[in-house]
Design a protein around this ligand. Structure first.
Ligand code: 6R9
Length: 635
């Protein structure tokens, strides 16, 4: 029996038991059979969650791009690796074979080297979903540079924070990007950030929208002429298994975004393994994940996981609503997509529109449909199952995080029976635990608690860039000897997991993690604002939306409130990006606080959610009277 490809429920249980009995042996078998190592490891795993320090396949040597590209050339050189579907359906698609990809990545890698990028240097990639994005990511990996992809919807100041935090010496961007009927001036945003980023020496600019842009002498260079002049072969840098592969920022509940650092060998093994099993990928299949490569889902399940399996992966530049709400389904029909992976927020948005948009297209190619990013509500699950999958295509509700690198809890399609809203069972090698508030593990079924993981898996993030202490405090300090996810979960009577949502101050809006603190910091920058508190409230498309309670300074109180609301959202857009804009802003004279000065967000959350029947104990508040005022004026 191969560990690598699970086909039945019984097989899942057997493999799962084996993976838990002897994780090292289990992962060693997977790693040995399916990858190309320049040298095998000396030790499969060493770990200590108290330091914390985790190492997988120590002593092994490899390059992940040899596994994602070169390895497939002899047998699959002419197979399509990446299909590029542009924003505008009238523009021609591109089919990039493994051979083409090899050439493009090598050329790009040589450009990076010519521009002085070396192993270990950080390169910030701020690009739309165009082939150059995939090629840049892989080119960094080819030469051992650490990529830090920043989602091209982030504002200039969010970009600057991320560039500076990891001291990137290069930025790769484009003149602009298409988003539905709009264009976005990406280069302008980069120029603005770089006023605050002395570490950046070079900016490479891909041409996408042919707009007039400003090129700063000696710093900015058009990418295409450099690529044209570059050699089409670049030897792969041989990396240690534990060398960092990339940094990807994720929001914390407080302070700066956290630059999660992923390493090479374990990440490769785990993303490849989970891709194969969760999507049951077969050689001729066409796989499409609608995420952006700016998020972990795109890293692991548009690029590395699929390519490591020699899969054909589709990259879509556009949005689900352009030119109309049938765009996703039109693409599924056009390419006969077999595995489709998207987010609940997209499903909810499309479910609001006329069913004709779905019914018009032939979706019979679909074999597996995935969901990721936030809990999928029952209504959205049924809509997806009935109208897209025609009840024939299992839904895999995949729970995982930027920090986990790969999918952790998910059904195996055609093996694990699915239940709406349940991510179901842990994948092989994953040992979840539910913890109570006193730090004790809650055993047995029909229980709920805080979701932790007891044992390391190969793709766990190894640290936070430049701040190992914060890594320890955030993930390994709440519960002894366990990785704490920040999520709550319940385990039902048969052992299925259902994720109930964040238990910290992270709010998931349309699948994007937003920390409340950075948004509050932005709001407080408005000269008329004295203090603010942000909470989430349920929203039928976005899952959650943001509600801000704002105390104005005396000088602000006479101003037009609608203008103030617009100005506050403008500041948020500039600091973080439009995704963090507040749906509702309530001005108030005070915020409910505990005696130690902490804002009682629990109460604010209930008011924002119009769930004021039982506000719980307010007697410990410093200022209980303010609760009535806030309730009376709630929006
Ligand atoms: C992959 C990704 C992580 C947080 C996570 C949880 C939420 C993700 C979920 C889910 C319920 C699912 N989340 N998948 N909640 N069911 N299937 O989304 O990473 O952006 O870091 O978000 O998203 O709260 O902790 P990331």
């Amino acid at each position: 029996m191969s560990n690598y490809h699970i086909k039945h429920l019984e097989e899942y249980f057997q493999i799962y038991r084996k993976s838990v009995r002897d994780p090292e042996n289990f992962w060693e078998e997977v790693a040995e059979e399916h990858f190309m190592w320049r040298k095998k490891w000396d030790k499969v795993l060493s770990w200590d969650f108290t330091k914390p320090e985790i190492k997988w396949f120590e002593g092994a040597k490899l390059n992940i791009t040899e596994n994602c590209i070169d390895r497939h050339l002899p047998t699959h050189g002419n197979k399509t690796a990446i299909i590029f579907e542009p924003n505008d359906p009238e523009e021609k698609e591109q089919y990039i074979t493994f051979k083409d990809l090899h050439e493009r990545v090598c050329k790009m890698a040589n450009v990076l080297k010519d521009q002085g990028v070396k192993k270990g240097d950080r390169v910030c990639i701020y690009l739309p979903m165009i082939p150059e994005l995939a090629v840049s990511v892989l080119a960094c990996a080819r030469i051992g540079a650490i990529h830090s992809v920043v989602f091209a919807g982030f504002s200039s100041s969010a970009l600057a924070t991320r560039i500076n935090d990891s001291n990137c010496k290069m930025v790769i961007t484009s003149d602009g990007s298409y988003r539905g009927s709009k264009t976005i001036d990406l280069k302008g945003i980069v120029d603005e950030s770089l006023e605050k980023c002395p570490c950046v020496e070079t900016v490479l600019v891909a041409k996408r929208i042919n707009s007039e842009i400003n090129m700063t002498q000696n710093r900015d260079k058009w990418l295409q002429p450099l690529l044209d002049a570059a050699n089409d072969y670049c030897p792969a840098e041989i990396m240690d298994s534990e060398d960092p592969l990339f940094i990807l920022y994720t929001s914390g509940s407080t302070g700066m975004p956290k630059g999660m650092v992923h390493s090479t060998g374990g990440y490769m093994v785990y993303t490849a393994y989970t891709f194969k099993n969760v999507f049951q990928y077969k050689d001729e299949d066409i796989y499409w994940c609608t995420a952006d490569i700016g998020w972990i889902t795109g890293h692991s399940y548009i690029l590395y996981g699929p390519l490591a399996n020699g899969a054909t992966t589709l990259m879509f530049e556009g949005v689900p609503s352009y030119p109309d709400f049938g765009r996703f389904w039109q693409i599924v029909e056009k390419y006969k997509v077999n595995q489709f992976y998207t987010a609940p927020t997209a499903i909810r948005a499309l479910a609001k529109e006329n069913l004709e948009y779905v019914e018009k297209y032939d979706l019979s190619s679909l074999k597996v449909m995935g969901s990721v990013g936030e809990p999928i509500n029952e209504e959205a699950w049924h809509w997806y199952n009935i109208n897209v999958g025609k009840k024939k295509s299992p839904i895999v509700d995949t729970w995982w995080q930027t920090e986990t690198g790969g999918i952790m809890i998910s059904p195996i399609p055609y093996a694990t029976p699915t239940i709406p809203t349940y991510a179901s069972l842990p994948l092989p090698g994953i040992q979840p635990a539910l913890m109570d508030e006193n730090g004790q593990e809650i055993k047995g079924n029909q229980v709920d608690g805080r979701l932790c993981i007891k044992f390391p898996w190969p793709s766990i993030a190894r640290t936070i860039w430049g701040n190992h202490q914060r890594y320890k405090d955030t993930y390994f300090s709440a519960f002894e000897n366990k990785y704490f996810t920040g999520d709550g979960a319940l385990r039902d009577e048969v052992g299925y997991y259902r994720i109930t949502g964040r238990v910290d101050d992270v709010i998931i809006v349309s699948g994007h993690n937003l920390g409340t603190a950075p948004i509050e910091d932005a709001v407080n920058e408005h000269p008329a604002v004295a203090e603010s508190a942000i909470v989430g409230f349920p929203h039928d498309v976005k899952g959650n939306a943001l509600y801000g309670y704002v105390i104005l300074k005396e000088t602000g109180e006479t101003r037009n409130q609608d203008n103030l609301r617009k100005e506050i959202n403008q500041i948020i857009t500039e600091h973080i990006g439009p995704i963090a804009k507040l749906d509702k802003i309530q001005f108030t004279s005070g915020l409910p606080k505990t005696r130690s000065g902490k804002i009682m967000r629990r109460i604010l959350r209930k008011i924002a959610s119009k769930d004021t029947g039982n506000l719980g104990d307010t007697s410990t508040l410093l200022n209980p009277e303010v609760v009535k005022e806030i309730m009376d004026n709630a929006l």
